[in-house]
Design a protein around this ligand. Sequence first.
Ligand code: C2E
Ligand code: MG
Ligand code: MG
Ligand code: MG
Length: 280
Amino acid sequence: RQDMYRLKARTRGLPAPVVDGMDRLRLETDLHDAASRNELVVHYQPQVDAGTGRTVAVEALVRWQHPTLGMVPPGVFIPIAEDSGAIGEIGAHVLAVACSTVAGWHVGGTPLELAVNVSASQLHTAGFSDFVRLVLKQTGLAAHRLVLEVTESQVVADTDALGELTALRALGVGISVDDFGTGYSSLSQLRRLPATEVKIDQSFTAELPGSASFVAGIVALAHSLDLRVVAEGVEQPEQLRALIDAGCDRAQGYLLGRPAPAADVRSRTDAAETEGPTHG
Ligand code: C2E
Ligand code: MG
Ligand code: MG
Ligand code: MG
């Protein structure tokens, strides 16, 4: 209990790698067995079409149910897993679980799309795109229903990662630039990414409607590059309104649904189907 407190106190509101010393060593050691011990749980957060209000996709977000520390958030353990190499097994587990969970999931007769976060280090694993192709084949999820989210700053100057993303794109998988606008990459670098989507970072959404012209600029830029625009971190109705006005394609955030186990999200999308869309 005390451990959990310390962990929370140290990580709340701070960048992830601040877990230090004993905590980090402990997490790193425990993380190696987390997947095989079934301690990893995948939650899903809805992405809503801005025009219809309908859930069209879900983002898979991993959680770690540590036996003594309780729920450890991904912002804490993913960076540790990236450093220790455990990210390969964790990422493979999340992808397989999420694809099989979403494969048979329809909303309003339309197959749901799935977004999965991918670390640059996974893209460096030999044969990553082959692994993705195998998972799609085994789960029956069509490639065009899968979007892999990568962080702009992690991949933009990384030739190997870019090569793997191009191979994934060739499979028909979508590529989303997560936390868009927070990196320092140039426009010309962005154009080199084989992306199909950008996700406006939640720090910009949080400033809406004040930053509306800025967000409209990002939308116009993204659309000029033929990229779909998703906004994350939508918490207030005014923010959703401003995003729709700015021409944003999809929205995601606590206002539209918190990350939750598949069964919970599914019962909500099934209920919404019988009630009809809530706006638009
Ligand atoms: P992300 O991909 O940018 O995910 C968005 C984060 O914002 C999630 O935090 C989500 O729970 C949170 N969020 C969603 N809506 C709202 C909102 O309205 N307000 C606020 N304040 N927050 C909101 P979470 O689940 O803690 O994940 C943090 C990060 O960990 C993710 O950021 C992603 O970079 C990483 N991550 C999560 N799952 C995976 C995974 O399976 N693999 C990898 N490589 N990274 C993952
Ligand atoms: Mg993401
Ligand atoms: Mg993000
Ligand atoms: Mg992120």
